[in-house]
Write a protein that binds this ligand. Structure first.
Ligand code: UD1
Length: 429
């Protein structure tokens, strides 16, 4: 077992390099199932969800090699459909991309029900609606989702009832190889959807309109291998931007696409933080007291839900009462209870966090309850003098590449320590 220890109160200063985007890497790794050839993927972040995805494919017969730092070669020529490990796929959300890729390649799929962060109910009805529109017969039985079809994937028009990143990606994956044309209406527009489309098109797919709410996919006979570099992680970048501001620091965030960060930059400026945009970097500068604000998370290009808990920490330090309304995920408020341990004054009313700023936070032992909640606590720990201890840090490491090393590089007094879990202590005594 590991935990993070922070001796906080030091402003972050220096330069941090942003890794490849986890939420682009995962669908691109699973997209390799559609390619009977070698794909070389560069700028792959070293995070637990990526390692798990590669292990899932390896166990299904893919040949996977790390050929350089953050570069993997994936060859799924001999992969066998329907053989993914139930225990592995239930550990993460993005494993459901195997449904789209198995359906696209084999005309059928057999994959365990996905896991992921606990945000209350996370339905996949839009994925199922999409697979059915493409000719699949979908059944959930014994913890597995099965798709069967008489003639494989046949293109069709699909209108999503809710804007879903996962469903948009899954249907793009399924429809890339096969018969006919698919039009996804009310599609999600996140940068990682564009990145996946660019990857698939580099492999020979015919996808147009990614990044808009209507995506047109003409099925092709087969895809070929390619070399492709994943875009920078906008959520990782936004997290360092907020950490820099909250600790009253001055940080240059390198390897970013500033356009992807516009909603975060705009909010930080509104709060009174200095943000300078360069070609592929952003400089964040503390300029004095923070103003209160109101935020509603929305699908891209709105303010990202994955920045909600981190922004709430910053607003705990602002003057006055701020409101953060959640417009994407059913229940994203589990971070509130842990932040209260550190002295935060936050009430939750329905889907809105009401944050009374200006109450001094204090160091405390806390627990990462999900990925972004965990990193929000880490930011809070960096802000306050004294020792903060965070447990369950594997949840943070699901999505942040070397966060302890990167924060240390910015001058933070932070370390990871190992400690025996109760089970091994009991065994030993
Ligand atoms: C992805 C991201 C996650 C991010 C989220 C929103 C990955 C691995 N995860 O999650 O980090 O927080 O996008 O940007 O990329 N919904 C339905 N029916 C569906 C699908 C979704 O009702 O079939 C609703 C649910 O309330 C769900 C919400 O839409 O909570 C968002 O879902 P979606 O956009 O699909 O997010 P994920 O792909 O789960």
């Amino acid at each position: 077992m590991e935990k993070i220890l922070i001796n906080g109160g030091t402003p972050l200063r220096g330069t941090v390099e942003i890794s490849g985007m986890k939420n682009a890497a995962l669908p691109i790794i699973f997209a390799c199932v559609l390619v009977k050839d070698k794909c070389i993927i560069e700028n792959v972040p070293n995070v637990i969800d990526v390692t798990l995805s590669l292990d899932i494919l390896r166990c299904m017969g893919a040949d996977i090699k790390t050929i350089a730092k953050n570069t993997v070669e994936i060859d799924c020529t001999n992969l066998k459909g329907g053989t993914s490990s139930y225990d592995m796929v239930r550990q993460m959300r993005a494993s459901y991309y195997l449904l789209g890729t198995e359906f696209g390649r084999f005309g059928k799929a057999h994959v365990g029900y996905p896991g992921g962060c606990d945000f209350g109910v996370r339905p996949i009805d839009q994925h199922i609606k999409g697979f059915e529109a493409l000719g699949g017969n979908v059944v959930t039985e014994g913890g597995y989702i099965e798709i069967d079809s008489e003639n494989g994937v046949i293109g069709n028009n699909i209108f999503f009832d809710v804007v879903s990143v996962g469903a948009t990606i899954n249907i793009m994956l399924a429809a890339s190889v096969g018969e006919g044309t698919t039009i996804i209406d009310n599609a999600a527009r996140e940068p990682h959807i564009v990145d996946l489309a660019n990857f698939l098109n580099t492999c020979g797919a015919n996808i147009k309109g990614a990044g808009t709410d209507m995506i047109k996919i003409k099925g092709v006979k087969e895809l070929h291998g390619c070399t492709y570099a994943i875009i920078p992680d906008m959520i990782e970048a936004g997290t360092y931007m907020i950490a820099a501001a909250a600790t009253k620091g001055h940080v240059r965030v390198n390897n970013v696409i500033p356009k992807h960060l516009e909603s975060i930059t705009a909010k930080l400026e509104e709060i009174g933080v200095g943000v300078e945009e360069l070609d592929d970097a952003i400089i964040v500068d503390y300029r004095g007291e923070f103003n209160r604000t109101t935020i509603k998370t929305l699908p891209y290009p709105g303010f990202p839900t994955d920045m909600h808990p981190q922004m709430s920490v910053l607003l705990c330090l602002a003057n006055g009462v701020s409101y953060v309304s959640e417009g994407v995920i059913e229940n994203r408020f589990r971070y509130v209870e842990e932040l209260r341990r550190m002295g935060a004054s936050i009430k939750v009313d329905g889907k809105t966090a009401i944050i009374e700023g200006g109450n001094a936070l204090s160091a405390a032992p806390v627990k990462a309850v999900d990925l972004r909640a965990g990193v929000a606590l880490l930011i809070a720990g960096l802000c306050v003098a004294g020792k903060t201890e965070i447990t369950d840090i594997h949840l943070i490491e699901r999505g942040y590449d070397d966060i302890v090393g990167k924060m240390r590089g910015l001058g933070a007094d932070i370390k990871k320590i190992y400690f025996p879990d109760n089970a091994s202590v009991q065994k030993a005594t």
